[in-house]
Design a protein around this ligand. Structure first.
Ligand SMILES: Nc1ncnc2c1ncn2[C@@H]1O[C@H](COP(=O)(O)OP(=O)(O)O)[C@@H](O)[C@H]1O
Ligand SMILES: [Mg+2]
Length: 251
């Protein structure tokens, strides 16, 4: 566990309704500064919806999201980013006709740091190097491989200067070597002082990286704890690991 402790994010009774569907049903948990905190659960459990409610993509139908004690509910995404909470997208969203470096520059110019000139260039270079995209800096994002696109998604979010980085399935579609590389990156990000929220399907990555996790199923939190305990919970095995085993069998 990190040396500098203390609650950074408090999610309280967050619900999200899409018409007749209750995608999130009164979900509560707290994240400590410096944690790697995972959100897992089968497809459709409400994980991405949870991230969207945290960062102001849309507001929760009810409940509260407090970041360093400040209520975020009602703030727009850019206002949340300016406070230091940012997410990546499960379906990667680069500007495909712009270069990799320019994609990252958008986060540097318009995120929390709003750097200009030499400082902006330095930060773009730093993000390229941290995500091992330096050799791809001047190619259009549209030609990147899925592994590179996932790293660009992280670089763009990181470029904004967050304290809390929410990663939505950044290991999805990667091969085992790339997953290993992504795990090293996530650990390095945490060690550099970030707090990480991570939606992930790869159980060994979740088990290997997470300090704690919550498990969602049909919008409800069904388990919470350290991975060694939570992943063995019978309700989790039934809901999630069964699903994962089936996915691996199909793959
Ligand atoms: N914008 C939306 N409008 C309507 N239904 C949505 C929307 N986003 C997600 N849903 C539904 O909410 C549920 C949870 O989706 P999602 O949060 O994407 O799940 P997960 O990320 O856990 O796979 C699903 O049934 C999905 O179809
Ligand atoms: Mg999702």
């Amino acid at each position: 566990m990190p040396a500098e402790n203390g609650k950074i994010l408090a999610v309280s009774s967050v619900s999200k309704r899409f018409g007749g569907l209750l995608a999130l049903d009164s979900v509560s948990f707290e994240v400590q500064r410096g944690e790697i905190f995972s959100v897992i659960g089968p497809n459709g459990a409400g994980k991405t919806t949870l991230f969207s409610c945290l960062v102001g993509t849309y507001p929760p139908t009810s409940g509260s999201v407090r970041f360093r004690g400040e209520e975020l509910k009602g703030l727009r995404n850019d206002q949340v980013v300016a406070r230091g909470l940012v997410r990546t997208h499960q379906i990667v969203k680069p500007f495909r006709d712009m270069t990799v470096a320019d994609n990252i520059r958008v986060g540097v110019l318009y995120g929390r740091l709003r750097l200009r000139g030499a400082k902006a260039r330095e930060r773009v270079d730093e993000m390229l190097s941290r995500t091992q995209l330096g050799h791809r800096a001047q190619v259009k994002a549209g030609v990147l491989s899925i592994g590179e696109l996932k790293r660009l998604e992280i670089a763009r979010a990181l470029a904004t200067g967050p304290d809390v980085l929410c990663l939505d399935e950044v290991m999805g579609g990667l091969n085992p070597a790339e997953i290993q590389q992504a795990m090293v990156l996530v650990r390095a990000l945490r060690d550099s002082g970030l707090t990480i929220l991570m939606i992930e399907h790869h159980v060994h990555a979740v088990a290997g990286l997470s300090d704690r996790l919550v498990v969602l199923n049909f919008g409800k939190k069904i388990a919470e704890g350290r991975p060694g305990e939570a992943l063995r919970d019978p309700a989790v095995v039934a809901a999630y690991l069964g699903d994962e085993t089936k996915e691996e069998a199909r793959a």
